[in-house]
Design a protein around this ligand. Structure first.
Ligand code: HEM
Length: 150
């Protein structure tokens, strides 16, 4: 199933780019804190040095900002998508992990942005997340299949 975003959803996500530029690392740091507290098995998938140095929260924040800015021209994201998918396959990310990130990311957006994260903003990001997740899941499936085929 291919998900499509309405013009309204695209506009709502794009309008959050300045807030993401300012608070992105705060949001992703809060996201990992929540996710690791509730999912120790997911925590084990991550390099904890890259968490403590702030590197991975920065990488995720940059990816989310780039996505918000390019949501109406996703072809610009080919390179970064490939890199993310390769890293995900190396760390054995599977489709069933994506709802866990979705839930914790949306909760972190709400936690950090407060009233600015209106129901409309959260709904738009909830939809937009799954468009990117579907792209990554499909690319990762291709890489897993290539590996299996030798
Ligand atoms: C739309 C959702 C997601 C986005 C935008 C995303 C983004 C990223 C980015 C930008 C990186 C860094 C790649 C690099 O090395 O340059 C990364 C790495 C990683 N991601 Fe994701 N990711 C997503 C979903 C997930 C999910 C569902 C999981 C599973 C729990 C996951 C687990 C990981 C792990 C384990 C790494 C390696 C981090 C490390 O080196 O410690 N990601 N991801």
């Amino acid at each position: 199933m291919t998900r499509t975003l309405s013009d309204q959803t695209i506009a709502t996500v794009k309008a959050t780019a300045p807030a993401l530029r300012e608070h992105g690392v705060e949001i992703t740091s809060a996201m990992y804190k929540r996710m690791f507290a509730n999912n120790p098995d997911v925590k084990d998938m991550f390099d904890q040095a890259a968490q403590e140095s702030g590197e991975q929260p920065k990488r995720l924040a940059a990816a989310i900002l780039a996505y918000a800015e390019n949501i109406d021209k996703l072809e610009n994201l080919g390179g970064p998508v490939m890199r993310m998918a390769q890293r995900h396959v190396e760390t054995l990310v599977k489709p069933e992990h994506y709802p866990i990130v979705a839930e914790n990311l949306l909760a972190a957006i709400k936690e950090v942005l407060g009233d600015a994260a209106s129901d409309a903003v959260l709904a738009a990001w909830g939809e937009a997340y799954w468009v990117l997740a579907d792209i990554l899941i499909a690319k990762e499936a291709e890489i897993y299949a290539e590996q299996a085929g030798g």
